[in-house]
Write a protein that binds this ligand. Structure first.
Ligand SMILES: Nc1ncnc2c1ncn2[C@@H]1O[C@H](COP(=O)(O)OP(=O)(O)OP(=O)(O)O)[C@@H](O)[C@H]1O
Length: 913
């Protein structure tokens, strides 16, 4: 190519010089001025390391006066280029002299033509990154990968079912300790990654704030900001502190303050999560301020997750009131709801009959009698069960829990009527009570006998816990800690941590009832119920502290009681009437409702009718259990978990996570970009920032390095290591940084290829498809965004199938830099033509993909809209808003599909030797 004064050239030997201008021509020498560095260089014309900069139609250009414009056409006059560009509102002509002196070669084509190329490892990394990103996106498992959790089918099923919904509104009511926090975390993670939710508020009882904060961080890499009164005060006049953070966690108590309530209502949220929601008091005649606040929040926030293990702890009507928060249209008539509950058995027998392959009578008219039985069952559950709103897994169906052993400890009666009460300590002076109550001395000797086993002691009241703890500590020399509502949050967490400490920690933690909800103490095997709570569900909550996921050993439940007292009466009623110490029961509230009066009478003073009460309770319990297990619980079990699907999700996650592939990719990533890594094993390594990093892919790696693992199993065993799964924010950042950079965009190499004469050329190109649509539309499932590799020879023949990328990688070798620029200069035209060919080839392919996607997407959306509309006719659990939303999604999706664009990600020129 010949030179002319005023032309713009780039030095491929030293791209730091920026874009030069030919200023002098003198026979065989050319002088170029580089304004960016204010230097002038002179080269021999026959081997100057210079590349002519010639932009193309569609390229972006930057002007000297800082404007970014798009090239519409390129003209040449007297060897100088004139760019026709889209200026402000009109076309404009721009001489190449006006190009910015700091050039940024943005496309692989430009970089290859300017001989700005990288080694093969960088090209291969770029290809691998594009392919992995695509694989992850289209897996349908987004949000479920990379969380530090064991793959438990019941949780995966719920997380997948709810997580994929738009603005999900559900009650997560798994039995105690089955992992509702984890389910909520997975749903949230999924919603955040899909872009469905951005701003989230979590409200939990004060005693659980820290636990939630830690669980969200260590299991999901979600950093919540903890809000308390002080944090609310910090914000300046007129600004809303809740708007400063995207993810906010706070105690429900914070909203006792009307200002806090007003601020939270004023902020915009996508999702609200409320733990232990049964604690927000609701009664037909008196609704608490907290509940009213929740009602207002629920009415304006699209996504709502309510969590409780004991939905009926404060009665069926309160349970109904919470369902009404989720879906006021569906749950508006309590009497009708009670009536519906009585129908559950009917639907349950129908689903059973369908399962057995029968053709049962009495199928509702809207269920297609000719449809496959699985579809009929799904439709029944969907339309007539509590399917869409309520999820409740039972430990009996989840399985794998250890057995519970109840050990009653009768203690001699005391000669004072006070000790006939359930809670004698409320009626006597503390000092006197500590001396007189035989349970106190028993507790001391029991703890000594159990040493060094960890023991959780639960009693109803904070004052009891306080008195017992100081007695144990000061007078009996037992290492213990107290946990009750009179302690500050920090003190409570400190007490729980002291108890958890294996070597030097407390042997016993003495909790009031608040210790009985939400906390994790599954490292202990012994539970002492110093007294008993008045509601069966509270007893369930207490036992659930130990009997929860992660408990591997048999659990011992010790119940001391004074013989002949109300304590014995209540213990026997729970034990012989409901068998509650050994197995959980979802009918607790119903049973209590039935026998409350008779029980209270017996608790005041046991009489001859007690044995009959026990028998009646046992009979009622058996019937209730049977009825529920055949009706409501059975339907719930079916809609809360499809074990097969849960299992399949687990397998699919393991397959896609594949630590071997991830480990190899991580090593490649570090090697190419210059991050130091020291491998500790197949799946773990220490990462350190390298001295000469090409790209900042892991900006958050600390100065002195950190240990990471790519294996979920290892991550569960080593909580101090970072689980660098595919969805870890570091990994996502690393991958998008690679693709967003110029690294590996252009590469040149040589190889020997049998039967192919030396000097032949191969062009390997990689295209990706991008879709500028909200992630929440989920269009990736319809439009294959798979990257496409195209391999052409010098004449444009497609060799993609004949010679794989891997084979090229194995054989390709370096070519000296000087030689490359000469070759590139000679092949300039061929390079341009082959890239054009490949672009045209892929544009055709993309058009076909788009057409097919639009058809599939349209059909599926129509089907879904029709299905939901039909469902809505029989099951008002489906909101009109959901259907309207689907219609809008369909339209938006079809428009967005048309905007898909292809991008040339990389090009490699291989010359045969
Ligand atoms: N998939 C999982 N992988 C690892 N640990 C888990 C998993 N699911 C639950 N856990 C652990 O099991 C315990 C119980 O889980 P979680 O606190 O979520 O239960 P919950 O149903 O909310 O309990 P509660 O009914 O007491 O409120 C916690 O220690 C939690 O970290």
């Amino acid at each position: 190519m010949s030179y002319a004064i005023g032309q713009r050239w780039l030095s491929h030997a030293d791209s730091e010089l920026g874009l030069g201008i030919v200023v002098e021509l003198d026979g065989r020498r050319v002088s170029v001025h580089f304004p960016a560095v204010e230097e002038e260089r002179t080269y021999a014309t026959d081997n100057a390391p210079l590349t002519r900069v010639k932009l193309r139609e569609g390229d972006a250009l930057h002007t000297r006066d800082g404007r970014k414009l798009q090239v519409l056409a390129v003209h040449e006059e007297q060897e100088l280029l004139i760019y026709e560009v889209a200026g402000e509102g009109q076309r404009e002509l721009l001489a190449e002299l006006d190009l910015d002196d700091h050039i940024d070669l943005a496309t692989p084509r430009q970089r290859l033509l300017a001989s700005q190329y990288d080694g093969h490892a960088a090209f291969a990394l770029r290809m691998a990154t594009a392919e992995h990103l695509h694989r992850l996106q289209q897996s349908g498992l987004r949000g479920l990968l990379g969380t530090r959790t064991a793959l438990l089918p019941h949780q995966l099923y719920v997380a997948n079912e709810v997580g994929k919904r738009h603005a999900p509104r559900v009650l997560l009511a798994d039995e105690v300790g089955l992992g509702k926090t984890i389910e909520a975390g997975m749903i949230l993670h999924r919603q955040l990654l899909s872009g469905d939710s951005r701003r989230v508020l979590i409200m939990v009882p004060a005693s659980l704030q820290f636990q939630w904060l830690v669980e969200m961080r260590r299991r999901f890499n979600l950093q919540f900001a903890l809000f308390d009164d002080d944090r609310l005060m910090e914000s300046g006049e007129g600004s809303n502190p809740f708007e400063d953070e995207q993810l906010v966690l706070c105690s429900t108590d914070l909203f006792l303050d009307p200002t806090a309530r007003a601020l939270a209502l004023d902020a915009e949220w996508d999702m609200l999560i409320v733990d232990e929601v049964h604690r927000l008091a609701w009664h037909r005649d008196s609704v608490s301020d907290e509940f009213r606040f929740l009602e207002s929040m629920a009415a304006q926030i699209p996504g709502l997750l309510l969590l409780t293990a004991t939905p009926e702890q404060v009665g069926l009507e309160a349970h109904f009131a919470r369902l009404a928060l989720l879906d006021p249209e569906r749950f508006h008539d309590f009497a009708a709801f009670e009536e519906e509950e009585s129908q559950y058995k009917r639907w349950s027998s129908l689903t059973d009959a369908l399962d057995r392959g029968e053709k049962p009578q009495g199928l509702p008219a809207d269920i297609d009698p000719e449809a496959a039985p699985e579809r009929q069952v799904a439709a029944l559950l969907d339309r007539y069960g509590t399917g869409r709103v309520l999820f409740r897994n039972a430990r009996a169906s989840v399985g794998g829990f250890p057995t519970r052993e109840m050990q009653p400890h009768p203690l001699p009666a005391v000669d004072s009527p006070v000790y006939q009460h359930l809670y004698p300590d409320l009626h006597v002076d503390t000092e006197q009570w500590l001396q007189e109550d035989p349970r106190v001395a028993w507790l001391v000797s029991q703890l000594k006998a159990l040493r060094p086993e960890k023991v959780l002691v639960i009693c109803a009241k904070a004052d009891t816990a306080l008195a017992l703890e100081s007695y144990l500590q000061l007078r009996a020399g037992i290492r213990s800690a107290a946990f009750h509502e009179q302690l500050s949050l920090v003190e409570r967490d400190r007490a729980a941590a002291y108890f958890a400490e294996q070597e030097q920690g407390a042997q016993a933690l003495i909790c009031s009832e608040i210790g009985g909800e939400g906390r994790n103490f599954q490292f202990a095997q012994h539970l002492i119920l110093f007294d008993l709570p008045e509601h069966p569900d509270q007893l369930e909550q207490r036992i659930g502290r130990l009997d929860r996921i992660g408990q591997k050993e048999r659990i011992f439940i010790h119940v001391p009681y004074i013989e002949g007292s109300a304590q014995e009466t209540l213990m026997r009623w729970y034990h012989e009437g409901i068998d509650l110490f050994r197995s959980s029961c979802s009918a607790g509230d119903m049973i209590l409702g039935e026998f409350k009066e008779s029980l209270e009478e017996q608790l005041r003073e046991q009489n001859g009718a007690f044995e009959a009460l026990l028998r009646d309770t046992a009979d009622f319990t058996e019937r209730a259990r049977k009825e529920l297990s055949e009706g409501r619980d059975k339907l719930l079990e079916r809609s809360s978990c499809n074990a097969e699907q849960g299992q399949a999700l687990g397998t699919a996650i393991s397959d896609i996570e594949d630590p071997d592939t991830l480990g190899a990719f991580l090593r490649e990533l570090c090697d190419v970009t210059g991050v130091e890594h020291e491998d500790l094993g197949d799946s773990s390594s220490v990462l350190r920032r390298g001295e000469q990093e090409l790209l900042e892919i892991f900006p958050e790696v600390p100065e002195d390095g950190c240990t990471v693992t790519v294996s979920r199993d290892e991550a569960l065993a080593r909580e101090d290591w970072i689980f660098l799964g595919w969805e870890h924010p570091w990994m996502e950042n690393a991958m998008t940084t690679v693709l967003g950079s110029a690294l590996g965009q252009a590469s040149v190499g040589a190889m020997k290829l049998k039967g192919v004469p030396g000097g032949s050329r191969l062009y390997e190109l990689l295209f990706t498809v991008s879709l500028s649509a909200p992630r929440a539309l989920g269009l990736q499932r319809y439009l294959p965004l798979a990257p496409q590799r195209i391999l052409l020879d010098a004449s444009g023949r497609d060799l993609s199938k004949l010679l794989t990328h891997e084979r090229l990688n194995e054989r390709v070798e370096k070519v000296p830099r000087g030689t490359v620029s000469k070759i590139v200069r000679q092949l300039r035209e061929e390079i341009e033509t082959r890239i054009d060919d490949a672009e045209a080839q892929f544009a055709g392919e993309l058009e076909t993909r788009q057409k097919e996607a639009a058809q599939r997407y349209g059909e599926q959306m129509d089907e879904e809209i029709a299905r939901l509309s039909a469902l809505r006719a029989v099951n008002p659990a489906i909101r009109e808003e959901e259907i309207e939303n689907l219609r809008l999604r369909k339209e938006a999706g079809l428009v967005a599909l048309g905007t898909a664009r292809s991008t040339l990600q990389g090009v490699r020129l291989v010359i045969t030797r």
